[in-house]
Write a protein that binds this ligand. Structure first.
Ligand code: UDP
Length: 484
């Protein structure tokens, strides 16, 4: 709600008193203002304020000492292509096999900046074994760099999302030096070279006319980049034979062809496969989560753009009226140096509320994350900026009602009030969570619609098909408008 006299945005509390709002966010729309009033003001004569019940001691104890696995479990064998038949149907599998047949024996190299943590690693982990099974010979390489390099690339990441940035000559030199170091260490003899995201974009200097086709797969929103950083990157990007973005709105004007690919999830991965209820109970027990009460969950790296502190604030508004627990689970990707600082900020904002469970999970926690998502009553992804937001896709696939920031690729996944709900502020987020907790039938319908939407658009098999078509186009085996 906007206090026009003072010209700044304020949030209302249950007494109608104001406190200052988070700076990055929009002020509330009129519809949201009415919603917030409805959510935060009790009707006359009705006491709707939630009274805190005593949490049994064993939950308090387990929350203080969650059982987080310290050892990486053995990596299970990847599923076979045929295993997807019960999910997508045999005709769809046959179509993909037909596309792959023409590419049999072709070689592909995919390069990104981290093997663990984050959405890109998640996708490559599943896509690459499938391509190999279809005899499109694909390998995955990861660039290396010191802390100075990853600080620069993190700065670039934020700047390309539109943040302030001071692009000095020294920063450019660090980026160029590590690009060169990696370029000299790697070979690029494959038919197709796919470079993911800005960190390794400079490898394209190794492109030569004689060799394969180069593709830049950009997973982030470039619609409003810091001009200096974009001017630095653009000449590299324009050397590629093709670029791929996750949403039409994310692109820049480029002299080279652009394609739209949604990212995807693997329904058979540890992160997304069906789980027995006993395992979900065990994970809840390990982390001190009480399954008899509603659970609101955000799974994300501890990154300010994921707004974990905003989620805590929204939960606090909800908690005044509805009993619930908040789970914030995340971990550090190896290319994200800010994580520890943001985790500290989250702990401070959580304070001593025993129903806020903050979990710093190791990178091998896919099964635990799957269980947490399945144990959730509502899944939140309150990002302020987002590439695509795979955690949203994961929530949709698990048939959960998802409340998410109306940013980036989240808007391709959530059709407001049909496949989930979109929010623009802490108060809007609180309102929607509270609404879903108190309207379970509507929540269940959103979950059903969300799953159907994810199946149609965001499964790995859909993405695999697109890659195969694009490879055929770039290798001159197919004409773009004949197939796409
Ligand atoms: N993830 C994870 N462990 C964590 C936090 C996130 O495995 O501690 C996973 C999450 O389940 C999702 C991916 O990492 O599959 C995050 O992808 P998303 O597109 O949501 O965000 P990104 O981290 O790429 O910005």
């Amino acid at each position: 709600m906007t206090d026009k006299n003072q010209g700044k945005t304020v949030a209302i509390d249950e007494n109608g008193k104001g406190g200052e709002c988070r700076p990055q966010e929009h002020s509330l729309t009129e519809v949201e203002q009415n919603s917030v009033k409805e959510a935060t003001l009790a009707p006359p004569g009705v006491e709707r304020r939630f009274r805190q019940t005593d949490l049994p001691a064993h939950f308090i104890e387990r929350r203080k000492h969650p059982r987080i696995s310290t050892e990486q479990p053995p990596v299970p064998a990847p599923p076979l292509f045929e295993d997807y038949a019960p999910i997508i149907g045999k005709p769809e599998l046959d179509e993909i096999r037909f596309l792959a047949r023409h590419l049999r024996g072709k070689t592909v190299k995919m390069v990104n900046s981290t093997a663990l943590g984050g959405g890109v690693a998640e996708i490559l982990n599943r896509l690459i074994p499938l391509m190999n099974e279809l005899e499109v010979l694909t390998r995955w390489d990861v660039i290396t760099g010191g802390n100075d390099f990853f600080e620069v690339t993190k700065g670039f990441h934020n700047a390309l999302h539109g943040g302030e940035y001071n692009l000095t000559q020294q920063i450019q030199d660090i980026f160029t030096a590590y690009s060169e170091q990696n370029r000299k260490r790697m070979e690029f003899a494959e038919d197709l070279i796919v470079i993911h995201d800005p960190q390794p974009v400079g490898l394209v200097r190794s492109k030569s006319e004689m060799q394969g086709k180069w593709i830049w797969r950009c997973h982030i929103d470039l619609s409003n980049p810091h001009p200096g950083v974009w001017d630095f990157m653009k000449p590299m990007v324009e050397q590629y034979d093709a670029t791929i973005f996750s949403a039409a709105a994310f692109t820049r004007q480029l002299s080279t062809p652009q394609y739209l690919f949604y990212p995807s999830i693997d329904p058979l991965s540890e992160k997304n496969k069906e789980l027995p209820d006993e395992y979900i109970n065990k994970v809840c027990d390990d982390f001190g989560i009480d399954r008899s009460r509603p659970v609101i969950t955000q799974i994300s790296r501890f990154d300010r753009l994921k707004d974990p502190v905003g989620v805590v604030e929204a939960y606090k508004l909800v908690k005044k009226y509805v009993d619930c627990q908040l789970v914030l689970a995340g971990g550090g990707a190896t290319d994200d140096p800010e994580g520890a600082v943001v985790l500290q900020e989250v702990m401070e904002s959580a304070g001593d509320d025993p129903d806020i469970i903050v979990l710093n999970l190791p990178p091998w926690s896919a099964l635990e994350i799957n269980a947490l998502q399945r144990a959730s009553t509502v899944i939140v992804q309150k990002s302020l900026k987002e590439g695509f937001g795979l955690t949203v896709t994961e929530g949709l696939w698990k048939e959960k009602p998802v409340v998410a920031g109306a940013v980036g690729g989240i808007t391709s996944q959530i059709v407001h009030k049909l496949t989930g709900v979109l929010v623009h502020s802490v108060e809007g987020c609180a309102y929607q969570i509270r609404y879903l907790l108190t309207h379970p039938e509507f929540a269940a319908q959103l979950g059903k619609n969300g799953k159907a939407h994810a199946k149609e658009n965001f499964l790995i098999t859909v993405s695999l098909k697109r890659w195969l078509v694009l490879f055929q186009i770039l290798l001159g085996m197919a004409r773009p408008n004949a197939i796409l």
